[in-house]
Design a protein around this ligand. Structure first.
Ligand SMILES: C[S@@+](CC[C@H](N)C(=O)[O-])C[C@H]1O[C@@H](n2cnc3c(N)ncnc32)[C@H](O)[C@@H]1O
Length: 246
C-alpha cells in the first residue's frame, strides 16, 4: 500500500513539475516554434490549395477509392459527378449522379439524400459518397438513405472531413459537421451493423495544418503524407457494406 501511495505522490509531483510555468517556458526555449510564413491571420491559400496544386484531402480520398476500386462495379451512384466512377470503376453497367442541386449539369437523380424516397430502394451495387455528409444536417437520415439505395451486398465508399476550412456557398456556411472515427463508427455501425463497417483515419498534425493553410500535395513528401497519427487525423474513410439477407 505504502509503495502505491509513494508512486502516486511521485507521479503527482512529476505532473506538477511538468505543468509549472517555468517548465513550460523551458520547453518553448528548447523546442522553439518557427512560424515562418504561417504567422498570419489568413491562410496561404483560401481555396483548399487547389490554386497551388492538388488539395491534400484528395490524396487520402483518391488513395481510399483506388484501394477499393474492386467495389466499383455494376450500377454505381456518385455524388455531384461521376469522376471517381469513371476513373476507378470497372465493369460498370450503369452510372448515376445524385445531387440536391437540380442546376448541376451532371445530375441524373435530383434528391436530398436525407429523404431520397423518390429513388427506388436497393438500386445500386456501389455508392461513392465523398466529402458530402458534412453538408447534411440530418446526417443520420442521409446514412440511412445511402443504405436504403444499396442492393444487398452493395458497398458505400464514403469520406468525411475531420479538419477542413468551412465550405461557404453564396456567402453562407454550408458545413454542419466534422467527424471522428468514434462518431463514424457509431453513425455507420448503427445503420449498417458494426461488422459491416471499416473505418480509417488519415493524416497527421502536419497534413492537417497544411490542409487548413491551403498547401498542396506537391508541397509535402510521400513520407509526410503517409504518416498516420490517430490523435491528429484530417479525414476519415468509411467502407460500409449492406448485409446480404437470405
Ligand atoms: C462538396 S461536393 C462533394 C462531392 C464530390 N464528389 C467530391 O468528392 O468532392 C458536395 C455535393 O453534395 C451535394 N449535396 C449537398 N447536400 C446534399 C443532400 N442533402 N443530398 C444530396 N446532395 C447534396 C452538393 O450540392 C454538392 O454537389
Amino acid at each position: 500500500m505504502s509503495v502505491t501511495l509513494n508512486n502516486l505522490a511521485i507521479s503527482n509531483s512529476r505532473d506538477h513539475l511538468r505543468r509549472h510555468p517555468a517548465a513550460k517556458m523551458l520547453r518553448r526555449i528548447i523546442r522553439p516554434a518557427w512560424f515562418g510564413t504561417l504567422r498570419r491571420l489568413t491562410p496561404i491559400s483560401d481555396n483548399w490549395g487547389s490554386d497551388r496544386g492538388r488539395p491534400v484531402d484528395r490524396y487520402y480520398i483518391e488513395r481510399f477509392i483506388a484501394e477499393h476500386s474492386p467495389d466499383i462495379v455494376g450500377r454505381v451512384l456518385e455524388v455531384k459527378d461521376s469522376t471517381y466512377t469513371r476513373r476507378f470503376g470497372s465493369a460498370v453497367t450503369e452510372s448515376h449522379v445524385i445531387d440536391i442541386d437540380s442546376n448541376n449539369p451532371h445530375v441524373t437523380l435530383v434528391a436530398d439524400l436525407s429523404r431520397a424516397d423518390n429513388i427506388a430502394a436497393e438500386s445500386f451495387d456501389c455508392f461513392i459518397l465523398t466529402q458530402t455528409l458534412q453538408l447534411i444536417f440530418d446526417v443520420k437520415a442521409a446514412v440511412s438513405g445511402a443504405h436504403r439505395l444499396l442492393k444487398n451486398g452493395g458497398v458505400l465508399l464514403s469520406t468525411v472531413p475531420t479538419v477542413s476550412r468551412i465550405h461557404r456557398t453564396g456567402g453562407v456556411d454550408s458545413d454542419f459537421w466534422r467527424f471522428t472515427t468514434a462518431s463514424c463508427a457509431a453513425l455507420f455501425g448503427e445503420v449498417f451493423g458494426p461488422d459491416q463497417v471499416q473505418i480509417h483515419a488519415c493524416g497527421n498534425v502536419l497534413t492537417s495544418v497544411a490542409f487548413l493553410e491551403g498547401l498542396a500535395v506537391e508541397e509535402l513528401t510521400t513520407h509526410e503524407l503517409n504518416a498516420h497519427d490517430p490523435n491528429y487525423p484530417m479525414l476519415i474513410t468509411i467502407r460500409a457494406q449492406r448485409a446480404t439477407t437470405p
